[in-house]
Design a protein around this ligand. Sequence first.
Ligand code: NAP
Length: 247
Amino acid sequence: MNEPKVLVLGGTAEARDLASSLTEAGVGVLSSLAGRVSRPRLPVGPVRIGGFGGADGLAAFLRDGRFTHLVVATHPFATRMAENAREAAASVAVPVVRLARPGWEGHPDAGTWTWASDYAAARTAAEGLGERPFLTTGRQTLTHFAPWANRDVLVRVVEPLAAPPPRWTVVLDRGPYDVEGERVLLREHGIDVLLTKDSGGRYTEAKLTAARELGVRVVVVRRPPSPAGMGELDDAAAVVRWVDDQG
Ligand code: NAP
């Protein structure tokens, strides 16, 4: 095989770690970002920004760029990109793997949380658990919470919202967060129920600890399944070995 050349679909801390690990191992890498946030944290090495134009566009990009490997290191809830990657890789016969951080099912408090299969179910569950919700499921999920337009809701997002309901308090921030900061935020806003998705990882985990300490109920949206047949690895070193093993 030619020298390896890896396309990393990123937008996560794990993808940035992977770009560093591949670079250190002397492997050629290009990181791809969707372009959703105005000031993204950038990985080391070359970066391209913006969609590919669906699975066909990605397949053409892989072929034209002579990539030998594709790594899907997008957020576990970025389902469309992962599915496009599966389809594109198959059509141009490029090996693909997913780098996915472990979820929070194994968290010591997981058994005390209410697990929901989707955002609407999470909303309904939260309505039965508290009066002052803290929504941390991300900007793109907020349409599911439109029925809360006339409630006091604390929302945390990375990018400003175009027209949030007047009773919503919007905090602009992005991880990593610490337990002390999360405790202060929950107390300040009198939060009694926290909504999150099962992002996993350490960047946003502190809110779960703060919630337990303050007796705040937690509702967690379960992860969508990975694309059928796509192998999954959970750390950068394993992906470097995978690239190496493919020759
Ligand atoms: P998505 O729904 O799976 O993807 C929607 C479209 O965005 C894709 O079809 C693709 O457009 C483009 N896209 C997504 N990731 C891309 C990447 N790394 N490089 C180039 N194009 C990309 O994704 P999403 O949920 O909107 O997430 C967008 C980005 O934000 C991802 O990079 C993800 O890692 C990051 N992120 C997402 C979440 C989340 O909760 N979903 C949280 C934190 C970070 P084309 O079809 O035109 O190629």
